[in-house]
Design a protein around this ligand. Structure first.
Ligand code: AP5
Ligand code: ZN
Length: 214
């Protein structure tokens, strides 16, 4: 099953993706995660990307399209994948469409995780990420058992650089109109479905799994 999860920053794409891939045994492809790892490793591409990410801006299309399509060529993506954070604008969606056609593949589900805007700021500024394994928490909605410590690997939890309030506001501003255009791009294709991501994490997972059965 080939899935695209769309949603504004903080909609819960990453949280749901991690649960869904366990159910469906498919890889989770997050362009944000790939870019953060490259930045951490201080590769040339990573350092370039970091300049955009730290300001809340999009990394140029030629970079993200290259990252996503290269990853989709990997052997573990041949029986399905879940894309999170890509495509993020119509140019990327068109590039993905071209890649899928060229490789005789189809996207089975395009799902927009819709969340009331006032919740997004609260979710992002309260997010904490494990420096060891990348697991995601929230100070109120998904707290770790021990304060600031990862339940899975005991790693230290930290705040993503781009989760500070000023950067979050910029990310939301930039992504809002791009997302509207992206939804308009996918609507006529008939594979777009919308779920209410403002509900609790478990309820959203149940709604998503229900959609995949349809
Ligand atoms: P990326 O890492 O993709 O960030 P994003 O799209 O801004 O999305 P987030 O990861 O912030 O949100 P999410 O929806 O995954 O939320 P999460 O599940 O963590 O991209 C980062 C940057 O990389 C971009 O700004 C850009 O610079 C660059 N980039 C990446 N891809 C790109 C592309 N294709 N083109 C160009 N540039 C690109 O949840 C958030 C918080 O809420 C967590 O704390 C979680 O615990 C909590 N939470 C989740 N669900 C719920 C719920 N239902 N109820 C209560 N709390 C919840
Ligand atoms: Zn961890």
């Amino acid at each position: 099953m080939n899935i695209i999860l769309l949603g504004l920053p903080g909609a819960g794409k990453g949280t749901q993706a991690k649960i869904i891939i366990e159910h469906h045994h498919i890889p989770h492809i997050s362009t944000g995660e790939i870019l953060r790892q490259a930045a951490e490793a201080q590769t040339k591409l990573g350092l370039l990307a970091k300049g955009y990410m730290s300001k809340g801006e999009l990394v140029p299309d030629e970079i993200t399209i290259g990252i996503a399509t290269n990853r989709l060529r990997d052997a573990d993506c041949q029986n399905g994948f879940l894309l999170d954070g890509f495509p993020r604008n119509v140019v990327q969606a068109q590039a993905l469409n071209g890649f899928m056609i060229a490789n005789s593949k189809v996207i089975d589900h395009v799902i927009y995780v819709e969340v009331r805007e006032e919740l997004l700021l609260e979710r992002l500024t309260g997010r904490r990420t494990c420096a060891g394994c990348g697991a995601t928490y929230h100070v109120v909605y998904q707290p770790p058992r021990i304060r600031n410590q990862c339940d899975q690997c005991s790693g230290k939890l930290k705040q993503r650089d781009d989760d500070r309030e000023a950067t979050v506001r910029e990310r939301l501003r930039i992504n809002k109109h791009l997302t509207v255009q992206l939804l308009d791009y996918y609507k006529p294709e008939g594979s777009l479905r919308v779920i209410d991501g403002s509900k609790g994490i478990k309820e959203v997972t149940e709604d998503l799994i229900g959609l995949f059965r349809i």
